[in-house]
Design a protein around this ligand. Structure first.
Ligand code: KET
Length: 400
């Protein structure tokens, strides 16, 4: 029956994490997956989340199925986090938010919804992007194409080429955009570039689909929602999938959401109905514990500021590690430009290292990063940043 099934090569990111754990070398460094580790190299349990969980346990209560769209309080808090509590789009009922199984669940529900209701559209993703974007949308039956994004020569965005491509797309094309902290490059659109892009999205009648997996890791919770709010303020219809995996350090709890910001309440109600049906036939309803974590942390007068401070501390530690890596590399390889470590935002830096150099880092120095040359800066700490810089300098400075 299944002898024709093709072997699965494994996911490049998860497979690398497995290889890291299997590596017996004590000095190994994990810069592979997009997970925040603290200064001790541990996955933190945020006190805000821990307190929320203590309260959830104390409240007790039964565990019914949630509605297909998830928990009402969590959904309300998510919309407020994305747009601001008093945003006119929320007041007008233009926002349909569902709680999802991580933001991956949200991206997938959105993809299936779009295949049903914009069946003739293709999906456009940044070149490069998170590999799973392509897999997810292809899995929903879409053709997935790249649009110009990262400029390897300047380390910036090929913004003119990006705009020219957007101008050439058929109406109703689906354009996946990283709202902040671009994965894998760490290179974001500036506010001015978002402001220039939005009229093109509108004129061409494109559907922006924002992925906001790292809210709070760029410049701040509100700052990182700039794109979401600018699109909503401009009256565009768009999707946004957002995640709490990283921002609350709750990866395995699968806390995420999908929001459709629509033209009016009538449209939002229609979209909500079909999102519910999409969920029903994918996984029926989301997890109750995930909803409670999100609603407690976001809505509680004590827990909310605590969480915001914890998130700020994670952001600042990553920024400090960017500076530390940069400082060591410019000392080791004077005359080379490592400024990109300082300007790139969020968890990731795109190092420009070749796949061969990445292999040498892993094999000769036990430093693990994915083969695109992306590093997760949050895997650095004061103990390993020095030897990481030395290893990088060794493979950059000595050919093959
Ligand atoms: N979007 C982006 C851009 C992203 O980097 C991730 C995870 C997700 C969505 C999924 O998040 P979640 O809400 O947990 O479903 N990225 C890291 C982990 C992974 O590959 O799954 C990574 O790139 O390493």
């Amino acid at each position: 029956m299944f002898q024709h099934v093709q072997p699965y090569a494994g996911d490049p990111i998860f497979a690398l994490v497995d290889a890291f754990h299997a590596d017996p070398r004590p000095q190994k460094v994990n810069l592979s997956i997009g997970i925040y580790f603290d200064e001790q190299g541990r996955l933190p349990v945020l006190p805000s989340v821990q307190l929320a969980e203590q309260r959830i346990l104390a409240e007790g209560g039964p565990k019914p199925y949630l509605a297909m769209e998830g928990d009402a309080a969590a959904r309300r808090e998510v919309a407020a986090l994305l747009l601001g509590r008093d945003h006119a789009a929320i007041a007008a009922g233009r926002v349909a938010t569902i709680q999802t199984v991580g933001s991956s669940g949200g991206l997938k529900v959105g993809a299936d919804f779009l295949k049903a209701w914009l069946p003739g559209s293709a999906v456009w993703v940044s070149d490069p992007t998170w590999d799973n974007h392509r897999s997810m949308f292809e899995g929903s039956g879409f053709q997935v194409n790249p649009y110009p994004y990262y400029d390897a020569k300047t380390g910036g965005v090929r913004f003119d080429d990006l705009l020219a491509t957007m101008r050439s797309l058929p109406q109703r094309s689906i354009v996946l955009l990283h709202a902040c902290c671009h994965n894998p490059t760490g290179v974001d659109l500036s506010r001015a570039q978002w402001d220039a892009l939005i009229p093109v999205l509108r004129e061409r009648e494109l559907l922006p689909y924002l992925d906001l997996a790292y809210q709070g890791f760029g410049d701040g919770i509100v700052e990182d929602a700039y794109a979401v709010r600018a699109l909503a303020n401009a009256g565009l219809t768009f999707f946004v999938a957002n995640s709490f995996s990283k921002s609350m350090s709750v990866y395995g709890e699968r806390c995420g959401a999908l929001s459709a910001v629509c033209a009016d309440k009538a449209e939002a109600d229609l979209v909500m109905g079909q999102l519910r049906f999409t969920v029903r036939r994918l996984y029926s309803s989301p997890a109750i514990h995930a909803a409670k974590i999100v609603s407690h942390v976001l809505a509680d007068a004590d827990l909310r500021p605590l969480w915001e401070a914890e998130l700020a501390a994670m952001r600042e530690r990553i920024a400090a590690m960017r500076r530390a890596l940069h400082a060591r590399l410019v000392t080791l390889l004077p005359g080379r430009d490592f400024n990109y470590f300082l300007t790139q935002r969020g968890m990731f830096s795109y190092t420009g290292l070749s796949a061969a150099q990445v292999d040498r880092l892993r094999e000769e120095h036990a430093v693990y990063l994915i083969r695109s040359g992306r590093i997760c800066v949050a895997g650095l700490n004061n103990d390993n940043v020095g030897r990481t810089a030395e290893a990088m300098a060794a493979v950059i400075g000595t050919p093959g």
